[in-house]
Design a binder for this molecule. Structure first.
Ligand code: URA
Length: 282
């Protein structure tokens, strides 16, 4: 029996109720087949074994969607200014002894031009003492206006998804790999992400979560150091290595809620991924 099938069979009634509520919220409020089928048991062929090795589930011992997205800024080779930005980011991030200092250091950092076009730095939200830390891609217009991550339409979907596994912003912490809104919601460039990465790494180090949830391709690829697509990465456990000699943190990539708003059929996979998260937290 597969691990997924076992997981499904172990669903308790509370989880089943949460799933039903989620289905109704997502518009699946009608039975369309004459005989009942368990949607909780994997019936689709599983993809071939990925080249990159993922990890078994960690054991916790104590225990309305924009249709258009502007093209990314053109890629260009890394130059001396970019290198200088990364070095100064590293220095500033390393010198921050706590989250307040890290936020201040970011507010002063001028190595990313996005900070000049954005209205607000979007640092984080939620409970920094929580076991679970979510990392997404980049703020959109609502986040930029309010200075908080995931408060727009896709953030609201993310909150509902997390609520279905009994987590909310008092029981998770949330940030992004890009801390200022890219103009027009374009994708952040590799160079922009590289200049912010030391801050994101320090952010994770200071929060020291038990579990990382990597929301979407940019966070998963950037923090796991892979170019593998999110479709292959999602739902598998990886080990995020915070720094030499530090304890690795189990990391679970999931689809980005903005993608789920465009591709509702994938919500089922995300539900399965969230159950894996719930399972290790139980
Ligand atoms: N999408 C993200 O990845 N992050 C946000 O904060 C908002 C939308």
């Amino acid at each position: 029996m597969s691990q997924d099938a076992r997981t499904d069979q172990q669903l308790d009634s509370q989880q089943a109720l949460a799933l039903l509520k989620l289905y109704i919220e997502w518009g699946a409020d009608e039975a369309i087949e004459s005989t009942p089928q368990s949607r909780l048991v994997a019936t689709l062929p599983q993809p071939a074994m990925p080249a990159q090795k993922s990890q078994p589930a960690p054991q916790l011992s104590e225990q309305p969607v924009p249709a258009f997205r502007p093209a990314p800024a053109p890629a260009r080779a890394i130059g001396p200014m970019d290198q200088a930005a990364v070095l100064s980011a590293r220095e500033a991030a390393r010198a921050a002894p706590d989250l307040a200092a890290l936020k201040e250091a970011l507010a002063r950092f001028d190595g990313v031009s996005l900070s000049k076009t954005a209205t607000n730095l979007v640092f984080a939200d939620g409970n920094p003492k929580a076991k679970v830390m979510l990392v997404g891609e980049a703020p959109g217009a609502d986040e930029d206006r309010l200075g908080l991550p995931f408060v727009g339409v896709s953030g609201q979907l993310l909150d509902r998804m997390m609520a279905a596994i009994r987590l909310d912003r008092t029981s998770f912490y949330i940030t992004n790999v890009c801390l200022w809104r890219p103009p027009g919601n374009r994708k952040p460039t590799d160079l922009e992400l590289a200049a912010q990465k030391p801050f994101v790494e320090r952010h994770i180090e200071l929060v020291a979560p038990r579990i990382l949830v990597l929301v979407g391709a940019a966070a998963a690829q950037g923090l796991l150091g892979t170019t593998e697509g999110i479709t292959r990465l999602r739902g598998r456990w990886f080990q995020y290595q915070p720094g030499a000699g530090e304890q690795a943190i189990p990391a679970l990539p999931i689809f980005h809620p903005a993608y789920l708003l465009r591709q509702p059929a994938q919500k089922r996979e995300t539900w399965r991924d969230l159950l894996k998260l719930r399972e290790v937290l139980s």
